[in-house]
Design a protein around this ligand. Structure first.
Ligand code: CA
Ligand code: CA
Length: 145
């Protein structure tokens, strides 16, 4: 894996964006994926910075969830806003993380992200169901930095 462009193929990126769109059909919550090649600092701290940088704290119900990937470290972080943390169980984070990790270990990054997005969306839909008039508050495209 020489650079960030090789991490996911164009069709894998398309499949991930579709997974986000599908997940958001059942929940008012917002999911985003951010991919970075280098992360020199603590990945968790940095994921929080990215969360704010992407203005993901700017949702009405504070229900944005970021999946941040540091390609060089093959590391990822799932970070949810206050509204999410107040409603879903701790087990949600652990089981979603374990699902993604099991694919990452096999080098199946795109599939791991898709499974994680789908799982997160299902869980979010219980506490934040899609309601008529819901808007797409955060872009579904993958951001890179
Ligand atoms: Ca929404
Ligand atoms: Ca969205």
């Amino acid at each position: 894996m020489s650079n960030i462009e090789n991490f996911l193929t164009a069709s894998e990126e398309g499949a991930i964006v579709s997974a986000i769109r599908d997940a958001e059909k059942d929940t008012s919550g917002e999911i985003r994926v951010h991919i970075e090649y280098n992360c020199d600092t603590d990945v968790f701290e940095h994921a929080i910075e990215v969360f704010h940088y992407l203005k993901m704290d700017n949702t009405k119900e504070q229900n944005g969830v970021l999946i941040y990937v540091a390609v060089d470290k093959k590391a990822f972080v799932i970070y949810g806003d206050k509204g999410i943390n107040e409603s879903v169980s701790d087990n949600f984070w652990n089981s979603t993380r374990d699902t993604i990790a099991s694919y990452f270990q096999k080098g199946e990054y795109a599939q791991g992200l898709i499974e994680g997005i789908t799982k997160a969306g299902k869980e979010m839909s219980k506490d934040f169901p899609w309601i008529h008039g819901d808007t797409d508050e955060l872009d579904n495209t993958i951001s890179k930095g």
